[in-house]
Design a protein around this ligand. Structure first.
Ligand code: 6R9
Length: 651
């Protein structure tokens, strides 16, 4: 145990020897789920999920829990009808909880706004009517490109209320990415903002959108968040505030089929074209409501819950909007960056709102470690009782820092493994039931069956292998929007139609704990943001002077992985610092600033197989300074020697 006089560093070093961390007796005593039988109950998974679905309000009860007669196309709660916004809002208002705060919203400049369930209920109905008056009908796709402001919740729930399908694009994506996603999803209407605040500056979002949008959409709704005189086109563009004012206050929720689409969310895959993950109504809400309550040991009357992700990612959809609201949670919603106006802003927020449950990404924890312990130490964090992480594997040192410095050694940590595709958490430790092992996500949740298999699909024992999910689950993606074949091919071809291929490598230890290693496809995880190497490569080669590019995710202390690009130039052009800046700018324009390569290495040629495939494995070896493996399959083995020379020159 740590003794007085030790530095934090020494204490963490010592803790590294501890393999397991058990929840305290105090925590277990107050926890919601304390009976380990729940894991057995989950074995009869249809009955288990049906019981979870009972917690929602159904307008018409389902006739069949699961139709898996045409795998991999699952149907959950067949014949059931419900409305997601009714479940997230009306239900709580009708139960007398309209005055409960849904979001303690905190703006970048310190502005504060408490949005109650009654407030949301009222705005959502008005905005739903406004959408209808703009011609939006059930089944239409609505693009949403908004920062972390309460209107984003209103927009998403208003779509759900009338059965429109939202397609939210993360605010950090460029306008060009928005245009592309609108095109793929065939959205006819876009909801965006005049300007987005970021670290004291205002990004001219509407103006940027106008530059690329052409006549792709018929209607743009603009939320006012700044005074930047955003251009408005008569007939096409409408102010959100004016629409709300003019709208009728009463909009009954549309009863939706359990399998009607709720939303599309684009995520990165192996090719440059993003995948439109499609989630539906009944199963998704069942999955996120249950996992949110169970994993975070939620007590809606008492807890103040804060998920510090962005709504534009799946974590925001499931655990800022739908899970928390379905459960009647009081959440914090924060507009800004973790280091503005100061590096202690997160801890100030925890103290100010007395946050009890905090959920964030390992990359943020690593940044906080770097900024120094004085920032969390200068605030009272004693309200915290449970911590969570998501998005990437967490290194034990960051885990221990989170546990000790933020959680004061008293808060269990749930490391939650899941994906855009899975809709909700799949692998973690139910906090009162399982010990945590720093670096391992834990075990499949009740109802979920995960396995690690070898190339033939056999159990890999405790060896590294492919992570797979072996039965359908309610919040699973139903398909890739308008790309059924790609859906089957990407996830259900390798091991058969009833085994979902995750795309991650993993290992399962003797205790049945899963250790996620990382992606096996050409997806890079930068600060928990998923990017495809092909997407970044295509942005780089759109620069006129670039002939070819190969992108890899290089291990990085701060961001988990960082993008390194090997670039060959046209003709005999020489690589310059100016060109590096231009290429980074190009990537920012095409995808978003977060996708800019950290390192660009000029190459005369790239290592390719005889069939012309770039061997990224070799590029990773070279970038991370490892011995090169077998290079004899290369068309031109001398390429590697040249590259090694280039790297030495630069380092
Ligand atoms: C929720 C989310 C999914 C990919 C996933 C995996 C990685 C997510 C993780 C984790 C290790 C965890 N990942 N959570 N790796 N431990 N707790 O992040 O969705 O953006 O779709 O990314 O992220 O590689 O396959 P998404």
């Amino acid at each position: 145990m740590a003794t007085e006089g030790q530095t934090l560093e020494q204490q963490l070093e010592e803790l590294l020897d501890d393999e397991k961390f058990s929840p305290s007796e105090d925590f277990v005593e107050q926890a919601v789920i304390t009976d380990p039988k729940i894991y057995e109950q989950g074995e009869d998974y249809e009955a288990f999920w049906a019981e979870r679905a009972e917690a929602l309000h159904w307008d018409t009860k389902w006739e069949q829990v699961l139709d898996w007669s045409n795998p991999p196309f699952a149907k959950w709660f067949v014949g059931g009808k419900l409305n997601v916004s009714y479940n997230c809002l009306d239900r709580h208002v009708e139960a007398g909880n309209g005055g409960r705060v849904a979001y303690h919203w905190r703006g970048e400049e310190g502005e504060e706004l408490d949005v109650t369930y009654a407030d949301l209920h009222s705005d959502v109905q008005k905005f739903a009517n406004a959408l209808k008056s703009l011609g939006v009908r059930k089944g239409d796709v609505v693009a949403v490109y908004l920062p972390m402001i309460p209107e984003v919740a209103v927009a998403m729930l208003a779509c759900a209320r009338i059965g429109a399908i939202h397609n939210v694009v993360f605010g950090g994506f460029s306008a060009e990415s928005v245009r592309e996603r609108i095109e793929f999803s065939e959205a006819k209407i876009l909801i965006t903002v005049d300007g987005a605040r970021r670290k004291g500056k205002t990004a001219p979002i509407k103006e940027n959108v106008d530059e690329v949008i052409g006549d792709l959409v018929d209607t743009i709704v603009v939320v006012k968040r700044s005074d930047n005189d955003a251009p408005m086109k008569a007939g096409r563009d409408h102010w959100y505030g004016e629409l709300l004012e003019a709208a009728d206050a009463d909009c009954p929720p549309e009863p939706m089929d359990a399998e009607d689409p709720l939303y599309i969310l684009y995520t990165s895959g192996s090719t440059a074209k993003p995948k439109g993950i499609l989630h539906t109504t009944g199963g998704y809400l069942t999955g996120v409501a249950y996992t949110h309550a169970a994993v975070f040991d939620l007590k809606p009357e008492e807890d103040i819950y804060w998920c510090a992700a962005d709504v534009g990612w799946v974590t925001g959809h499931s655990y800022i909007i739908y899970g928390p609201l379905a459960n009647g949670t009081t959440s914090v919603m924060y507009e800004g960056a973790p280091d503005y106006p100061g590096k202690d802003i997160w801890w100030e927020i925890v103290e100010r709102y007395k946050v009890t449950i905090m959920y964030c990404a390992p990359t943020a924890i690593r940044a906080c470690m770097k900024w120094g312990v004085e920032h969390p130490a200068s605030h009272d964090l004693s309200s915290l009782r449970l911590l969570g992480t998501v998005g990437e594997p967490i290194n034990p040192k960051a885990w221990l820092w989170y546990w000790k410095v933020v959680g004061g050694g008293r808060c269990p940590i749930v490391d939650t493994w899941w994906q855009t595709e899975t809709g909700g958490v799949m692998i973690t430790t139910l906090p009162a039931l399982l010990d945590a092992k720093p670096g391992s996500a834990g075990k499949p949740l009740p109802g979920i069956e995960a396995a690690v298999v070898d190339e033939e699909g056999n159990d890999a024992g405790t060896e590294q292998g492919y992570l797979v999910l072996k039965r359908p689950w309610p919040s699973m993606l139903r398909t890739l929007y308008k790309e059924d074949d790609r859906f089957v091919e990407t996830y259900w071809n390798k091991f058969g139609k009833d085994t979902y291929l995750v795309g991650d490598a993993a290992r399962r230890d003797e205790d049945g704990y899963f250790w996620i290693i990382g992606r096996i496809d050409d997806v890079v995880n930068v600060s928990g943001h998923r990017l495809s190497t092909a997407e970044v490569e295509s942005a780089i080669v759109s620069h006129g002077k670039v002939a070819e590019a190969a992108v890899i995710g290089q291990a990085d202390e701060d961001t988990g992985q960082a993008i390194t690009a090997f670039v060959t130039l046209e003709g005999d052009l020489d690589g310059t610092d100016e060109l590096i800046a231009e290429i980074r700018e190009k990537v920012a324009d095409r995808i978003g600033k977060f996708a800019r390569p950290k390192r660009i290495i000029w190459a005369d040629d790239l290592p390719k197989t005889r069939s012309g495939k770039i061997m990224r494995r070799l590029l990773r070896d070279i970038a991370e300074g490892r011995e090169l493996g077998d290079v004899t399959t290369l068309r031109d083995p001398s390429v590697m020697a040249q590259l090694e020379g280039k790297i030495k020159e630069r380092d």
